[in-house]
Design a protein around this ligand. Structure first.
Ligand code: B12
Length: 349
C-alpha cells in the first residue's frame, strides 16, 4: 500500500475512533501509525489536525454534539502528551520561544503542536496554553529573554488582541523581538500578518518553524505598530448598547428569539471590529459562509440573517455618527452584500 493510502486509512479509522469516543481505539490507530513509521510530526499534522477539522465541520453541520467534540479534543490532547517524549530534540539551539493564545482564545491544541515542533528543533519553549492575558505574556517574554513570540488566534474576533500584544511589546521596549502568528484567519489569509504588524504567519506547525527561521534571519525589526483603530475601539466599547438597540429594533419589527438575536449581534459586532482593526473587510467572507452553514441549525434562516443585518446596520448609523460610524456602516454594508450573495443559490433552487 502506498504511504498516502496508509495515511488515508489511518485518518478514517482515527475519525471513527474519536466519533465513537473511544480513547482505546484511538490509541490503536496511533500505534499503527508509529508501526508504519509515521513521525510524531506527521501524526500531528496528518492525523490529529485534519481529524479535529473534520469534527469541527461535523459540529458546524449539527452532526456531532458539543460533548462529542470535547471528548475527541480531550483524546487528542492526551495522546499529544503521550507522544511528547518523541519530540526530544536531536540538537540544541540557543533560542527561546514563548507560545500562547491571545486573551479569550480557547483553541489551544494548535499552539501546543507548534510548541512541540519547536521543542524537537532544540528550542527552549515556554508554552502557555489558552487565553493568556497580554500583560502576563509580555512579562514572560521579557523575563525569559525570548528570541521569538508565537501567538495563536483561531477566532477572527480575537485579531484585535494580537494587535494589542504587538503594541504592548512595543510599549515595554520589546519591539525587537519578532512576533509570528497562526490560527484560522492567518491560514485563510496569509496577507493578514503585515496588516496586524506581526512579522510572519504560518498555516501549520511545520510552516511555523519555517517562518521563524525567516523572521530571525531578517535583520530589521519591522515597522512600528499602527495606532489602534478608533472605529474598532468604539464598536468594542459600545458593543452592549449596539446589541441592545439592534435587538430591540428586530423585536419591534416582529422578529422573535431574543437570545439568539443578541448572541448573533454580539458575534457580528466583534467580527466587524476585528475586520476594521485589520483594515480589510475580506476576513468577513469566510465568516459569512460559516454563519450560513451553521445558523440554520440554530433555527435561523439565511433570509432572517439578512433582515437582522439590515436592522443592525441601521442601528449603527443611528448610534455612531461621524467618521467612525461611517467606517462601521461601510463594513456592515459589506456584510449585507455578502449575505445577499449567499441567498442567490437559495433563491434559484
Ligand atoms: C476543539 C474546538 C474547540 C474547543 C477547543 C478546546 C481546546 N482544548 O483547544 C472549544 C470547545 C473551547 C471551542 C470553542 C469554540 N469554538 Co471551536 N473548534 C474546535 C475544533 C473542532 C478543533 C480545534 C483544533 O484543535 N484544531 C486542530 C489544530 C491542530 O489546528 P489549528 O488550531 O488550526 O492549529 C494549526 C494551525 O492553525 C497553526 N497554528 C496555530 N497556532 C499557531 C501559532 C503560530 C505562531 C503559527 C505560526 C501557527 C499556528 O498550526 C497549528 C498546528 O499545525 C475547531 C475546528 C477547526 N477547524 O479547527 C472548532 C472551531 C475553530 N470552533 C469554532 C467555534 C465557532 C467555536 C466557538 C465560537 C463555539 C461557541 N459557540 O462557543 C467557541 C469559541 C471559543 C473561543 N473564544 O476561543 C469554529 C470557528 C468558525 C469560524 N469561522 O470562526 C470551528 C472552525 C468549528 C467549525 N467548523 O464551525 N472549540
Amino acid at each position: 500500500m502506498s504511504s498516502a493510502a496508509i495515511t488515508r486509512e489511518l485518518q478514517r479509522d482515527y475519525l471513527d475512533a474519536l466519533l465513537a469516543g473511544s480513547g482505546r481505539a484511538a490509541d490503536r490507530v496511533v500505534e499503527r501509525a508509529l508501526d508504519s513509521r509515521l513521525t510524531p510530526q506527521r501524526i500531528y499534522l496528518d492525523l490529529f489536525q485534519p481529524t479535529a477539522y473534520a469534527i469541527g465541520r461535523l459540529w458546524q453541520r449539527n452532526q456531532v454534539s458539543v460533548a462529542q467534540e470535547h471528548l475527541a479534543t480531550a483524546i487528542i490532547e492526551r495522546q499529544m502528551g503521550e507522544l511528547h517524549p518523541l519530540f526530544r530534540p536531536r540538537h540544541t539551539r540557543e533560542h527561546t520561544v514563548v507560545i500562547g493564545c491571545v486573551p479569550d482564545e480557547w483553541h489551544r491544541v494548535g499552539a501546543r503542536m507548534v510548541a512541540d515542533f519547536f521543542e524537537a528543533e532544540g528550542w527552549t519553549v515556554h508554552y502557555l496554553g489558552a487565553a493568556v492575558p497580554v500583560r502576563d505574556l509580555v512579562a514572560i517574554v521579557r523575563d525569559s529573554q525570548a528570541d521569538l513570540v508565537g501567538v495563536s488566534a483561531q477566532m477572527l474576533f480575537n485579531l484585535p488582541r494580537v494587535q494589542e500584544l504587538v503594541r504592548a511589546l512595543d510599549a515595554a521596549g520589546l519591539a525587537g523581538i519578532p512576533v509570528i502568528a497562526g490560527g484560522m484567519p492567518f491560514a485563510e489569509q496569509p496577507d493578514l500578518a503585515p496588516a496586524l504588524n506581526v512579522h510572519g504567519s504560518g498555516a501549520d506547525a511545520a510552516a511555523a518553524l519555517q517562518v521563524a527561521e525567516e523572521v530571525l534571519a531578517r535583520s530589521s525589526p519591522g515597522p512600528a505598530p499602527a495606532p489602534p483603530s478608533a472605529a474598532a475601539a468604539t464598536l468594542e466599547r459600545l458593543r452592549e448598547r449596539i446589541v441592545a438597540a439592534a435587538t430591540a429594533r428586530c423585536l419591534a419589527d416582529g422578529d422573535s428569539d431574543e437570545e439568539v438575536i443578541r448572541a448573533g449581534f454580539h458575534f457580528t459586532t466583534r467580527m466587524l471590529a476585528a475586520a476594521i482593526a485589520a483594515g480589510t473587510p475580506t476576513p468577513l467572507d469566510a465568516q459569512v459562509a460559516w454563519v450560513n452553514e451553521r445558523q440554520p441549525h440554530d433555527g435561523v434562516a439565511p433570509t432572517q440573517i439578512l433582515a437582522r443585518l439590515s436592522r443592525y446596520a441601521a442601528t449603527l448609523r443611528d448610534l455612531l455618527p461621524g467618521p467612525e460610524g461611517a467606517t462601521a456602516a461601510r463594513y456592515a454594508d459589506y456584510l449585507i452584500t455578502l449575505q445577499r450573495r449567499a441567498l442567490i443559490p437559495a433563491a434559484g433552487a
